[in-house]
Design a protein around this ligand. Structure first.
Ligand code: ATP
Length: 774
């Protein structure tokens, strides 16, 4: 016992030293930041921009150093030749640049995650340090080279964690089990201390190309995707800091659930978004029915949107006479046809090529003027006549009809609001599909509209009226910069012919205060990223894939998901089906097979059900067993309102809340039911909580924000990607008959970390109770 205490004390001393050093670094960075801020906004533009750059650098560093407080150090490797290496969230060195702590992402830390007894490399012992705040509370050793440590202290509690199932392949079992059994909050936490070797391989996989990570529920796909983003930013910082990393998740609620993971890993510069937010300026607030989402996801929209754009470049039915300033002109069909052909030959997007079309048409009309007056025209005459023609209302209207400037929003809205436009653009759609798409102009955007808007924006380019407004703003900005540069030259007396105000202003514009890459990328639809991470990727439609791939021309992507959990009718049941059309077969597949979330009995029941329903599941082995993790509560059918079933649900929730929900905000219980039953069940649960748990606790729970709520009632789609300590699954047969079918039931069953209670009055779907005979 004494040996263990000594060992704890020795590690405490190391940990104290690392935290002391962290505090020193924090203080030094804060001092530097204060120094930069003190020098204020005086000096040359060059000086100011340098100061801004330093201020940003120090602010980021302060944020990073603050973010790594919790579990700063979590591992130690004892290597051959008596070398000891500590592994933690960031790298820390002393004043003489000697390494004190190795960043978990550095090559030198790889062995912490990968070394096994079979392949120990030069690792003799791996130690997990468990800390609470700054105190070391536990050590867990794995001796990998038994011979080398035969006569060393070998203090390690090798394996032996209660309930471990996949023991032979797990590292740091004690720390892992403690982390898996801990109470859940509304926020995901990082897994940096206990990354398993199959996960580490994915996290450190090379940057180039598209990597698909398929894995059953709870295998750590989300965790791995986020740690991979942090790893790539570390390993390829120069490249990715400039181009940025985009993270795409299924919903804002999900992005909020994961939003603390990257900052806790010291990374804040990733742009996180959903497909519905991919086009700046458009916010998708409505949801399409399954069949509509499926139709909008089809690749036929590539040609349909192209045709819809082409339909706005149109030769009129007849020649059109116009009288301008006493002269007669004819807008001839032949001229329009030629001008359209010429504008198309520029290969510019529609709104940008319009300038060529208009210029061409005006030139033809000026030719008519020249013939009319039968005289040579000076350049000034040409300019005057051109301007008269351009500003004449009838000519403007005629040219607009022939080449209509249009926004992506208007183009797409017209397709759904004007049946003839859709029929013309998408002849391959049958009448039933077209009728399903019908929608009033001005209806709110849906998530499945966004890839169509993106496609349209790509083909339309910028509306030049917008570009003109921007040019105007830029001009004003430049004038202000010029003014500023003049005042600097005057006050510094540095005119002297060496540098003029214009040069100084342009230098200032080039080096002046800048938005971060993430900020610029998030507001620019045409931004291309260095890497894109997609979570719950099975839900994406073919059109959504096109929109994403457009944003990463190098195709450097991490795509994580589970084709057995697809609930969108537009989503994928097979990766090749989804990805081959956009990635042309060039993607590689990794599989994760250990479920860290779900206890074995629950995972097995879900897996049997999925198999019986014919879902394309991946193999799944639960990491642990939890006693009493699966309970079935059968209720006799009790009429359409099902009062007995509802009573059983609220009783179960009350019991589970008493057992799992903590007053400290940790511990979560969810009721998951078919979408149509959620509102009634939520009302029932909310009405009993104060009686069941006491008035004070009841009102505390009812007053929580939805994202942090410890007791929630959700449908399977809302629960996707999330997890809870305990789940009450209501009437699984109803869930399986909903839009998302057995996939939604699979999702619902695999949300709990501790217990699943199935409340049902109808027979259970096949497989939940026992294997279905082949
Ligand atoms: N190596 C690990 N150490 C500790 N916890 C882990 C580890 N791997 C996964 N987990 C935990 O297991 C749970 C499930 O992980 P995650 O949500 O990433 O799985 P998933 O595969 O994305 O699941 P789903 O398909 O259901 O969305 C999380 O609580 C995560 O923190």
């Amino acid at each position: 016992m004494a040996g263990r205490q000594d060992e704890l004390a020795r590690e405490q001393a190391v940990v104290d030293r690392l935290y002391d050093r962290l505090d020193e670094l924090r203080a030094a960075t804060r001092d530097r930041l204060a120094g930069v801020r003190r020098s204020g906004s005086v000096g040359t533009p060059q000086n100011r921009s340098e100061r801004d750059a330093f201020a940003t650098l120090y602010e980021d560093r302060v944020a990073q150093l603050d973010a790594v407080e919790d579990r700063l150090v979590f591992g130690r490797l004892d290597l051959a030749d008596e070398v000891t290496r500590y592994v933690g969230r960031i790298g820390i060195a002393d004043d003489a640049h000697r390494s004190l702590l190795t960043d978990w992402r550095a090559p030198a830390a790889t062995a912490f995650y990968r070394a096994t007894a079979l392949h120990p490399g030069d690792v003799r012992r791996r130690r997990h340090l468990v800390t609470s705040r700054r105190t070391v509370t536990g050590l867990e050793d794995e001796v990998l080279d038994l011979d080398a440590l035969a006569d060393a202290d070998g203090e390690g509690d090798q394996g032996g964690g209660d309930g471990v199932l996949a023991a032979s392949s797990l590292s740091g079992e004690g720390a892992l089990l403690a982390s898996l059994a801990s109470r859940r909050t509304g926020r995901m936490t990082d897994i940096v201390a206990t990354i398993q070797s199959e996960q580490d391989r994915v996290i450190r996989a090379e940057l180039a190309g598209a990597l698909v990570v398929q894995g059953g529920p709870g295998t750590g796909k989300t965790a791995v995707a986020l740690h991979r983003a942090a790893y790539l930013l570390y390993a390829h910082r120069r490249l990715l800091e400039r181009s940025g990393v985009l993270l795409v998740g299924p919903s804002r609620a999900f992005l909020r659930y994961i939003d603390q993971v990257l900052p806790s890993l010291g990374e804040t510069g990733v742009v996180a978004t959903t497909i519905g937010e991919l086009v700046p300026g458009v916010r998708a607030t409505a949801v399409d029915r399954g069949v509509v989402a499926e139709i909008k996801g089809r690749l036929l929209w590539r040609s349909a949107i192209r045709s819809a754009v082409r339909a706005r470049e149109r030769v009129p039915a007849a020649d059109h006479p116009v009288r301008v300033e006493g002269h007669d002109y004819v807008i001839r069909r032949r001229d329009v046809r030629d001008a359209i052909a010429r504008a198309r030959r520029t290969h510019k997007p529609h709104n940008e090529a319009r300038a060529t079309f208009v210029r061409e048409m005006l030139a033809r009309l000026v030719d008519q003027y020249r013939a009319d007056v039968d005289a040579e025209l000076s350049p000034e005459d040409v300019a005057l006549v051109t301007e008269d023609l351009r500003s004449h209302r009838e000519i403007r209207v005629a040219l607009n009809l022939a080449w209509f400037p249009i926004t992506p929003q208007r183009l797409v809205a017209d397709l759904f609001a004007k049946p003839h436009r859709l029929a013309e653009a998408a002849p391959e759609l049958g009448p039933a599909d077209r009728a399903a798409l019908r929608r009033e102009s001005g209806a709110p955007w849906t998530e499945s509209d966004v890839p169509l808007l993106d496609e349209a924006a790509e083909l339309l380019g910028e509306d030049d009226s917008l570009a003109r407004a921007e040019a105007h703003a830029l001009e004003a900005e430049r004038a202000a910069e010029l003014e500023y540069a003049r005042s600097v030259l005057e006050s510094s007396g540095a005119g002297g012919g060496l540098v003029d105000a214009e040069t100084l202003a342009s230098r200032f514009a080039a080096t002046g205060p800048r938005l971060t890459t993430a900020e610029r990328a998030a507001t620019d639809r045409t931004w291309t990223y260095g890497h894109v991470v997609v979570d719950e990727a099975q839900e994406l439609s073919p059109m959504a894939w096109r929109a994403l791939v457009r944003r990463v021309p190098t195709r450097s992507m991490t795509i994580v998901g589970d084709v057995a959990q697809t609930s969108s009718a537009a989503g994928a049941r097979s990766w090749s089906h989804a990805l081959d059309p956009v990635l042309r077969g060039s993607w590689r597949l990794e599989e994760l097979t250990v479920s860290y979330r779900t206890p074995a009995a629950v995972a097995d029941a879900a897996q049997r059900m999925a198999l019986a329903a014919g879902l394309p599941t991946s193999p799944l082995t639960a990491a642990r067993q939890v006693d009493g993790s699966l309970e079935l509560a059968h209720v006799a059918p009790s009429g359409p309102e099902r009062p007995d079933l509802v009573r059983q649900v609220v009783d179960q929730v009350s019991m589970l809340a008493g057992e799992f929900v903590g007053a400290d905000g940790a511990g979560r219980v969810a009721v998951v039911a078919a979408a149509g039953q959620v509102a009634a069940l939520r009302a029932a649960v909310e009405s009993v909580l104060p009686d069941a748990l006491g008035r004070e606790e009841g009102s505390r729970l009812l007053g929580q924000r939805p994202d942090d709520a410890q007791v929630v009632v959700l449908d399977p789609r809302q629960a996707k990607g999330l997890e809870f300590d305990a789940v009450v699954l209501v009437e699984p047969a109803d869930v399986a008959e909903g839009d998302g079918g057995a996939s939604d039931l699979y999702v619902a069953m695999t949300r709990p970390t501790q217990r699943l209670v199935v409340v049902h009055s109808r027979p259970l779907p096949a497989g939940i109770l026992e294997p279905v005979a082949a």
